[in-house]
Write a protein that binds this ligand. Sequence first.
Ligand code: SF4
Length: 156
Amino acid sequence: MAERIHWTLGQAQQLFDKPFLELMFEAQQVHRQHFDPRQVQVSTLLSIKTGACPEDCKYCPQSARYRTGLEAERLMQVEQVLDSARQAKAAGSTRFCMGAAWKNPHERDMPYLEQMVKDVKEMGMETCMTLGALHGDQAERLADAGLDFYNHNLDT
Ligand code: SF4
C-alpha cells in the first residue's frame, strides 16, 4: 500500500503551479524509485451499471441528459460480475475495477456491491471501484469487504 501523504494547501498549490513537463519528469523519477519502469499492470474495467445517470458531465455518454443512443442497464447481478472477473483473470488481469453510472450508491445497492468486492477479492485479484460520491460509512463497508482502490472523477 502506498505511503499516505498529508498534503498542505501550499504543497498542493506548488504542485499545480509546476510546468507540466517538469511535473512529468519528477513523477517518472518517483515512479522508478518504487516500481519496475517496464512493468505494466493489466487491469479490467467493467461497467456494472450503465447509463441513465442523473449527473450532466459534458463528455459522458452515460448521462441521462444527452441522447447518445446508449442503452441503460440496471445494476448487474453479482454472478454476472463474477463471470466477467473470472474472464479478466484468465486473460491476465490482476486488478478488476467495477464502475457504476449514478451520483452515488443507495443503501439497497450496498449488500450487492460488498458481495462483488468480497468475491472478486477471493479470486485473488485486486479490487477497484468507481461509484460516485460515497458516505463515510459506505467507504468503510467497501473497505471491510476488501476494496483496495477507489476512483472518483473530480467533476462528478
Ligand atoms: S457522474 Fe459519472 S456516469 Fe454520471 S454523467 Fe458524470 S461521468 Fe458520467
